[in-house]
Design a protein around this ligand. Structure first.
Ligand code: AR6
Ligand code: MG
Length: 312
């Protein structure tokens, strides 16, 4: 595994955190609102990340400590890192509350939304560490993405969205050509809803599409199926981290999460070197700030390398 892969691991994590912080101040605004208030040249206003990154940190910490997946521990990491002011989704908040009060990580999420479970994007927004750590093993990646999602999101569409986001990150780590990527994504997805979304991404990329059309066809909401495809589209359409993230956030809606997911795929593709320095410097520092997030990426890489050496 070459050295450049390490920059892709750290790029995915730092890139996700930056996309999250970049989009956070605009969360819940419409595309029109963002344009009239901030104009076209969006800037990083605050470096403060949200629940997306706080949970992504928990995923990384748990994978590192256990050299792989451990559901009970990952749930404990979510609970330990939890700060209500980071803005958690109601479903995730409730699942974590149940676990804190004694429910097992396997059962807590199943009771949400009338027993259907959540299909929110809260599992996909935090999945970057799974995407990089299992980038070379698609079956394992799917299995772990599903399990890591299940802690808070038991609905199939929530899990599939997280797996699709993780797989996009994995493909980005391998440096696959963008045209080939769509083909691989098509083969990967299982549910008809996501298959249809991938077909739409392809059709929208093939022509001049305006923002309204992207929002209508792909979505900008809190549901995994209305945001993961939008992040993938934003990545595929542009040739730089900056352009992709600015575009994704300019669509409005769930801007922090669509920003986080777009940032993670782009960071995995271009590596940490592709992340604008002025944005990276603005990302919050402190106990679990940018230096710590970079270190988590480095640790994931170090352990991955070791596991690969041990198994060869
Ligand atoms: N039926 C109806 N609506 C649903 C269902 C369902 N089965 N599942 C989800 N929703 P949630 P998250 C809707 O609460 O995914 C934060 O700001 C419902 O409106 O599980 O962890 C994050 O930063 C629900 O409230 O939260 C993300 O941006 C919403 O989807 C965002 O919230 C989100 O599902 C999602 O976080
Ligand atoms: Mg958030």
């Amino acid at each position: 595994m070459e050295q450049s892969i390490k920059a892709k691991f750290t790029g995915a994590l730092i890139g996700g955190a930056i996309g999250d912080a970049f989009g956070a101040p605009m969360e819940g605004n419409s595309m029109e609102n963002i344009k009239s208030v901030y104009g076209d040249a969006l800037k990083m206003i605050s470096g403060r990340y949200t629940d997306d990154t706080e949970m992504m940190i928990g995923v990384a910490e748990s994978l590192i400590e256990n050299r792989g997946f451990n559901g009970e521990d990952m749930a404990a990491k979510f609970i330990r890192n939890y700060h209500a002011r980071r803005g958690y989704g109601p479903g995730s908040k409730e699942a974590l509350r149940r676990i804190r009060e004694g429910a097992s990580w396997e059962e807590a999420s199943g009771k949400l939304f009338g027993g259907k479970g959540s299909y929110g994007n809260g599992a996909a927004m935090r999945i970057a560490p799974v995407g990089v750590f299992y980038y070379d093993d698609t079956d394992k990646l799917r299995e772990i993405a599903y399990k890591a999602s299940h802690i808070t999101h038991s609905h199939e569409l929530g899990k599939e969205g997280a797996a699709l986001q993780a797989f996009s990150i994995a493909l980005a780590v391998t440096g696959i050509e963008k045209e080939v990527m769509l083909h691989e994504l098509k083969k990967f997805v299982r549910s008809e809803l996501y298959k249809e979304k991938i077909r739409k991404i392809e059709a929208l990329l093939a022509k001049e599409s305006d923002k309204k059309e992207i929002i209508f066809e792909l979505g900008n909401g809190e549901e995994a199926f209305n945001s993961v495809p939008t992040a993938i589209y934003s990545f595929l359409r542009f040739n730089s981290f900056k352009d992709a993230v600015v575009y994704a956030v300019s669509l409005g809606g769930d801007t922090d999460t669509i920003g986080a997911m777009t940032g993670a795929i782009n960071g995995a593709y271009y590596g940490e070197g592709g992340v604008p320095v002025e944005w990276a410097e603005k990302l919050e520092e402190g106990k679990k700030g940018r230096s710590y997030i970079r270190w988590l990426g480095e640790e994931l890489y170090r352990i991955k390398l070791k596991l690969m050496q041990e198994s060869s």
